[in-house]
Design a protein around this ligand. Structure first.
Ligand SMILES: [Zn+2]
Ligand SMILES: [Zn+2]
Length: 397
């Protein structure tokens, strides 16, 4: 059995892809509140005759598609959540819920993964192994994937591969990025509290000023990226909030700062945190203050497995799928990485912007919208990626 031509099969599904994406778009739900959404997803999967499991990691849905023969398990992931944004696209299919919007494209992801399930079902006889479709809550808060993992999504059956994608408005339609190595960053955020001693601002010798100390720490933190991180590596360390004091003539007792840290390697992340700690505490000590660093790690980086990239690209080539090859490495984060801990994975980007139609607003913008032809491209690429990982011929297992 050989694989069907996914490009032409996906093309015939365009109307349904668009209709479902718009249906989801009209009904945005926030992280862990995707009750209507996951119900719809479950209905569609049930209609396909797939065995499903609901309530995984809160509102998550899992469906299993068995191929005709034995083989590995491929996890395919879609996220489901929307954002607390008031939509301003004026589109006919705009959000029907005040203050909530699918402004990241997860509505499209659901439609694409549902269509992919349908295409792979049509190709069941050619598949050796199984597909585990995972519809995840709460990607935007970086907690949904971890919740599903805690609920056992990586067991029974344990995936041998994980595949995810994002419709990407930084790229025009027709462009696609699938690269080896890190493609999305580890996201951490931090807070530093500096304790001094309050007093009269006109008599500073009686006080210990945490504001001066905070200023030195903000400045010294800039030396980590410029002096400690190898220039070939990308790290972002931004102090985005600083507060302290409530009157012009009072030295406050405390100052606080907070910000974000983005890295592409967990070891590097930990080195940076150690430097942050040393700088904050050292400067505070020199200025008679005390500094406490609190760091929260949200996602680990998304790192694409080189062998999988190779196999999937070969599959795309064999299927003669036309696209413009490009590269994406972004300091945004993605909790898809939770599905790749000890499991080789790939995450690719499908261009969804269209400057000619004014569809260029960035993700999370109130006017964000995609060119829906990207849904066909994404479905073609995703179905073919899974197909080549499970095709009976050329099996490497
Ligand atoms: Zn987003
Ligand atoms: Zn997203």
């Amino acid at each position: 059995m050989t694989l069907i031509n996914f490009a032409s099969a996906a093309q015939t599904m365009e109307e349904r892809l668009v209709a479902r994406r718009r249906e989801f778009h009209r009904h945005p739900e926030l992280a862990f509140e995707e009750h209507w959404t996951s119900g719809r997803v479950a209905d569609y999967l049930r209609d396909l005759g797939l065995e499903i499991q609901t309530g995984v990691g809160g509102t998550g849905v899992v469906a299993i598609l068995d191929g005709a023969n034995d083989g590995p398990t491929v996890l395919v992931r879609s996220d489901m959540d929307a954002l607390p944004v008031e939509e301003q696209t004026g589109a006919e299919y705009r959000s029907q819920i005040t203050g909530k919007m699918h402004a990241c494209g997860h509505d499209g992801h659901m439609s694409v993964v549902l269509a992919t399930a349908e295409l792979l079902l049509q190709n069941q006889q050619a598949l050796s192994g199984r597909v585990k479709f995972v519809f995840q809550p709460a990607e935007e808060v970086g907690q949904g994937a971890a919740a599903m993992v805690r609920d056992g999504v990586l067991a029974d059956p344990k995936p041998d591969y994980s595949v995810g994608l994002h419709l990407w408005n930084e790229l025009p339609i027709g462009q696609v990025a699938l690269d080896s190595g890190p493609v999305m960053a580890a996201v951490s955020d931090f807070e530093i509290v500096i304790e001094g001693k309050g007093g009269h601002a006109g008599i500073p010798q009686q006080a210990i000023d945490p504001v001066v100390c905070a200023a030195h720490i903000v400045t010294a933190l800039q030396s980590i990226v410029s002096r400690n991180v190898p220039p070939q590596e990308a790290v972002v360390l931004s102090v985005t909030m600083i507060e302290g004091g409530s009157a012009k003539n009072v030295i406050p007792t405390q100052a606080k700062m907070a910000g974000t840290l983005r890295t592409f390697d967990v070891g590097r992340r930990d080195d940076v945190v150690n430097r942050m700690q040393a700088i904050a505490e050292g400067i505070a000590q020199g200025l008679d203050c005390q500094a406490m660093l609190d760091i929260a790690h949200h996602t680990v980086p998304v790192i694409n497995d080189p062998d999988m990239v190779e196999r999937v690209r070969q599959g795309w080539q064999q299927q003669d799928i036309a696209f413009d090859d490009t590269t994406v490495m972004t300091t945004a984060g993605e909790d898809f990485s939770e599905f790749t801990q000890g499991i080789p994975g790939i995450f690719f980007f499908v261009g969804s912007a269209n400057p000619d139609r004014g569809l260029t607003y960035p993700h999370h913008h109130a006017k964000f919208d995609i060119d829906e032809s990207s849904l066909v491209t994404a479905t073609t690429l995703l179905a073919s990626a899974v197909g080549s990982l499970l095709a009976s011929e050329g099996m490497q297992e």
